[in-house]
Design a protein around this ligand. Structure first.
Ligand SMILES: [Zn+2]
Ligand SMILES: [Zn+2]
Length: 198
């Protein structure tokens, strides 16, 4: 990872003798891309990390790997600072960095049991887990399905479709048959603190 970037280079337009010239362009000191201002050239988007503004290791890399990690860590810290902190929670939790089930557990107790099973020193346990929000099974909408089917058909085909009520009833039964399929996603507004064994 570079620790310096050569200074940006000011381009002066040749102007007639006796008039005052002004800079119209700046070259990035590293990759020589042209920019409209010194600030843009200093933080050149073509060769610099958007986080630390220093040249990246590879071309077309938006962030250094370490900078991307630092940014994610900051996002996580900020989220946690703002979040409501619970001492207990009844329901699914998500803990980043845990391999088992990608970090999702039906309860805080199961997360703790996993940490214990892995014989992780309680001093190394994560400080908190995120609570989870439940996303119910989404039954497909009859209108959307018919729209998709008829989109490449003749004009106004949608008005000639038969069996709409039958499809609606079938979809309702389909939704009912799958209603136990719930997706959990982290709710970054509420964290639950993980108690350490006494
Ligand atoms: Zn550049
Ligand atoms: Zn960087």
């Amino acid at each position: 990872m570079s620790t310096t970037k050569p200074p940006s280079i000011e381009l002066l337009l040749p102007v007639p003798v006796g008039t005052v010239g002004h800079s119209c362009a700046w070259l990035c000191g590293h990759c020589r891309a042209v920019h409209a201002s010194k600030d843009l050239a200093d933080g050149c988007v073509y060769c610099c990390c958007s986080y630390c503004k220093l040249p990246t290791d590879k071309p077309h890399q938006t962030y250094h790997d370490a900078c991307a990690d630092a940014m994610l860590a900051k996002v996580e810290r900020d989220r946690f600072e703002k979040a409501e902190k619970l001492t207990d929670h009844d329901g699914w939790v998500y803990c980043d960095g845990i391999a088992h089930n990608n970090g999702y557990f039906p309860s805080l107790a199961e997360l703790i049991a996993d940490l214990e099973d892995d014989e992780i020193d309680p001093k190394e346990w994560p400080e908190y887990a995120w609570t989870c929000a439940a996303i119910p099974f989404q039954t497909p909408c009859v209108d959307t399905i018919i729209e998709n089917i008829t989109s490449d058909m003749f004009e106004d085909a949608v008005e000639h479709i038969n069996g709409r009520e039958e499809l609606k009833a079938a979809l309702a039964a389909f939704g009912e048959a799958n209603k136990s399929l719930i997706t959990y996603t982290p709710d970054y507004r509420r964290a639950v603190l993980i108690p350490r064994p006494a």
